[in-house]
Write a protein that binds this ligand. Sequence first.
Ligand code: ZN
Length: 469
Amino acid sequence: MYDILIKNGTVVTHEASFDWDVAIRDGKTAAVGVRGSLEGGSGGSCGGAAKEVVDASGKLVMPGLIDPHVHIHHPFKDGFSADDFYSATVAAACGGDTTVLDFAIQWDQSFDLSATAQNRNSQFEGDAVIDYSFHACPTVSSMETVEQVPRLIEAGIPSFKLYMTYSRQGRMCDDGVLYEVLKQTAQRGAVVGVHAENDAMCMFNSDQFVKKGWDVPRYFPLCKGNLVEAEAVNRVIYMNREAGGSLYLFHLTARQSLALVKEAKGRGENVTAETCTHYLLLNSDRYDREDGVNFICSPPLRSEEDREALWKGIREGFISVVSSDHCGFTAEMKRRGGGRFPATPNGLPGVELRLPAVYTEGVKKGRISINKLVEILSVNPAKVFGMYPQKGAIACGSDADITIVDPAKKKVVSAAGLHSPADWSPYDGMELCGFADTVISKGKFVVREGSFCGCRGAGRFVKRMCSER
Ligand SMILES: [Zn+2]
């Protein structure tokens, strides 16, 4: 007997869509078969084959979505962003996610990278409602950082993130250590992610802009122009080529950076590009609005030309992942810098709306197929970060992480209807469709009919492996 039978839905994979039913037992996907084939027995609506039947008529049944780039309880100035580990994972679950990847950032440099990761794990433990892991994020440019790499990989954290900027906030690793980490991970099949912006240009421009009094939001995208990103992308792609490593570019935004990724992929190099929901839906006009300060994030929102180039990059397979880069500051926190961008915390809330945003603007508007949506929101994050096919697949033996999407369900976005304590949304007032209706995490319901029904602490650390090269 199965625990759950999902019937009458359309199963969507990255390759095709099928009229399949899905059966779940003991937290795993136990069987997948053509519609009606798993009911067994005789008579009754489910023939006694399952304890519970989900009728997914008219709905899309996807592998549970994975957001590989969220920031929870993120420090700024004298406090933290608005989310805690419970509220952020509830918001993620309601957005169709069954796994999130956050960051173990070495804020306190007296702790080494392993200890930093253990501390991060203990913050999630007991509060997360869905599975989680994090990227190891060193902030010390030393040999010790390089030497820690194998230990992290052994502990099931085969992905790293290095900031190429933020030297003044003590978060940057210099190019010396970046190249060494690329070499270390290359030998072992782990992946190195970067926040690619040219640090010297960021600082120089920011200082000049402040001197001229150009510190209001409308100058922000000029201060961190496309070149600031593309130069760093160019440099790290070159280092990765020499190291023979596997490079992941977090939040790619500039069309010039995309051109560099295309060239690298054309040469057969292992480079994966990610962009985020807000770069696909919004442009830099937001900085001209009265609430422009809310939209301060790095890299900045770009032009329409960049926005369409990113969609094209997804369609053509040069951008492989769309994350939310969720960082939930309230409007009050955003205003604490007095409306000046150099003093404003960077980041936008968005973990709950990644799916409907990409569905509405991508699938509904004909920019991408539904299969591409599954590829960029679930399959590729699982593959790149060493979780496939435990996650990111509807297949026998995979974790029963399943997101059932109602393509017809429409809503006008209002922060009041969302679960992050951030009291505003970058998508406020937009009509979106394709919301998660039912979310199942390892065989347990976490969302039913759009409402959260999961348990605090049910989420577990996902021990990841090095992905195949
Ligand atoms: Zn981020």
